[in-house]
Design a protein around this ligand. Structure first.
Ligand SMILES: Cc1cc2nc3c(=O)[nH]c(=O)nc-3n(C[C@H](O)[C@H](O)[C@H](O)COP(=O)(O)OP(=O)(O)OC[C@H]3O[C@@H](n4cnc5c(N)ncnc54)[C@H](O)[C@@H]3O)c2cc1C
Length: 498
């Protein structure tokens, strides 16, 4: 045990720093002036809200508050913990209807933003921690569940954003955490005192972390007996001392710096990923929800992914936008009534609704765990995410087919504004009569944005890797496939006697 740091803040000290957030404007204000170390494109960021490259991601996160104000039936829920309606992104599922409601909200937010609105990792983290902390207490006589629910109650009262940080850098993927040459490639405990623990390492690809108020860090995979220091879960303020953020580049992100509204494709909204580096970050005991219980790391990852893989229903909202954009592009081109175009739009819809069906089925088939929380059906959630690793790519391919090559060869917005070239651009970008050529440009840029540009990060690569690469789902699907039972059924009907 190390010497006690008398200045180490308690849970109450930390919560005192947070306002109670009523709406999107409060949320945006809450991000101003925080003492955070953030780098973006090699420069230190002093004002995140005013940063043109970062702002669209904040605006997307703010939409989670706007939808709660505008449509409380969709985006709020009655919480037994807070004893009042709260933002659905902070709610523990009290029945299958809560998971259904959550997923309807996620699709709607995908439709409203056309990008990753960044808030579901935290939601899925708290739901999985509800049961895992309970189960750890049953086995080890710890008090994690009470600590966790006390923390969550404060989060619900303050209506804050909880970011969920699971993915470690992982170094050599063939080695366990304790076998890595550099221990920092997995987040781990570096020292302890009477007030709490200190953690070092990093979490990568962290969606919306800079736009969050708290970061809940969790182990990223199954842990062994020698990985005790790496089997740690805790919550720290996003502005805690010792944390550094390095903003992730996104394809075509600097179009946000060009000015104008057309070339960005979706000038209002974007996702956000960053690397978080932890350098001896303090976590008070009240905010530690696992500390060395190695056998529960795999349970946590599996339960988290049961929620999170169904959360990828959000991509159906983006699919709605992209299908609509393709239909508009066809209309502007004068080919809306052509049979193969109509058929391609049907195919896009079929693929999109197949994702939706698997996600919603996993919510309706939810089961209750001993802590009381309800969890999505694991097989169907994995089927949903596996569909998501494929179908958006096919939907994107069909959208590009319908859009035509102009989507990637079109002159810029500045050429449109230029006295010499503006009329020429308008003249040759015209489609069918009655359509403003600039509207055609806008729709094509949106398709570019979602399939090649900034929001392709959220629509395509996040669909591939977020919540685990395709193989991670195939492992679960293989485990749950009950192949022996299926073989027995086939043999029985075929009259095979063994
Ligand atoms: C846009 C985006 C947003 C994300 N947001 C978050 C977030 O908010 N929070 C969070 O915690 N994480 C987030 N992630 C991380 C995501 O969960 C990981 O990308 C995913 O788990 C894959 O890990 P990786 O990227 O390190 O790939 P790798 O682990 O390097 O995988 C690459 C390939 O190698 C294979 N592979 C890796 N290890 C092994 C092995 N031991 N044996 C066999 N095959 C192996 C994989 O199956 C895959 O095919 C995000 C990712 C993206 C792309």
């Amino acid at each position: 045990m190390d010497a006690i740091n008398q200045d180490a803040p308690s849970s109450a000290d930390l919560w005192d720093e947070f306002p109670v957030i009523a709406n999107a404007d409060d949320y945006i204000d809450s991000l101003k002036g925080r003492p955070m170390t953030i780098y973006c494109m090699g420069e230190k960021v002093e004002d995140v809200v005013g940063h043109p490259l970062i702002w669209p991601s904040i605006n997307a996160m703010a939409e989670t508050y706007r939808v709660a104000s505008e449509n409380p039936a969709l985006a709020t829920a009655q919480s037994s913990i807070a004893g009042k309606p709260i933002n659905r992104f902070l709610h523990i599922a009290e029945g299958p209807q809560d998971l259904v409601g959550k997923q309807e909200m996620q699709r709607e937010l995908g439709r409203r933003t056309g990008t990753c609105f960044q808030r579901c990792v935290g939601l899925d983290a708290i739901n999985s921690l509800h049961s895992v902390t309970y189960d750890m207490d049953q086995k080890h006589k710890t008090d994690y569940h009470a600590r966790f629910t006390a923390f969550l109650k404060q989060a619900q009262e303050h209506n804050v954003i909880l970011g969920g940080a699971m993915t470690d850098p992982k170094g050599d993927r063939s080695k366990a955490p304790h076998e890595q040459k550099d221990a920092d490639v997995f987040l781990h405990v570096t020292k302890r005192d009477d007030k709490g623990i200190y953690v070092s390492g990093a979490k990568m690809h962290q969606t919306g972390c800079i736009n969050s108020h708290w970061i809940i860090f969790m182990p990223t995979m199954r842990m062994g007996e020698k990985d005790k220091d790496f089997s740690v879960v805790g919550a720290v303020p996003a502005h805690a001392e010792g944390m550094t953020y390095i903003y992730g580049r996104q394809s075509c992100d600097t179009r946000a710096l060009d000015g104008g509204k057309i070339d960005a494709g979706n000038a209002e909204f974007s996702g956000q990923e960053a690397t978080i580096i932890f350098d001896n970050v303090f976590v008070p005991y009240e905010h530690i929800f696992m500390d060395g219980e190695v056998e529960f790391a795999a349970d946590l990852v599996e339960r988290f992914t049961a929620y999170h893989r169904a959360s990828y229903v959000c991509k159906t909202g983006l699919g709605d936008v992209l299908t609509g954009a393709a239909a508009a592009a066809a209309d502007y081109n004068g080919v809306a009534k052509v049979s193969h175009i109509k058929d391609k739009l049907v195919e896009m819809t079929h693929l999109n609704e197949t994702i939706y069906a698997s996600s919603m089925a996993s919510a309706h088939q939810a089961t209750q765990l001993p802590s009381g929380v309800w969890q999505n059906d694991v097989m169907l959630a994995n089927i949903c995410k596996h569909n998501v690793t494929r179908f958006p790519y096919e939907i994107a391919r069909l959208a590009q087919d319908i859009a035509g090559g102009l989507m990637v060869t079109m002159p810029s917005e500045k050429d449109l504004e230029n006295e010499e070239t503006g009329d020429l651009v308008r003249k040759f970008i015209q489609g069918r009569e009655g359509v403003d050529p600039v509207d055609r440009m806008r729709i094509l840029r949106l398709i570019e944005n979602m399939t090649l540009g900034r929001n392709a990060v959220g629509y395509l690569t996040e669909s591939m890797h977020g919540a685990g690469s395709p193989q991670a789902q195939r492992i679960l699907i293989a485990r749950l496939a009950e192949m022996e039972e299926k073989k027995a059924r086939a043999k029985k009907l075929a009259g095979v006697e063994e």
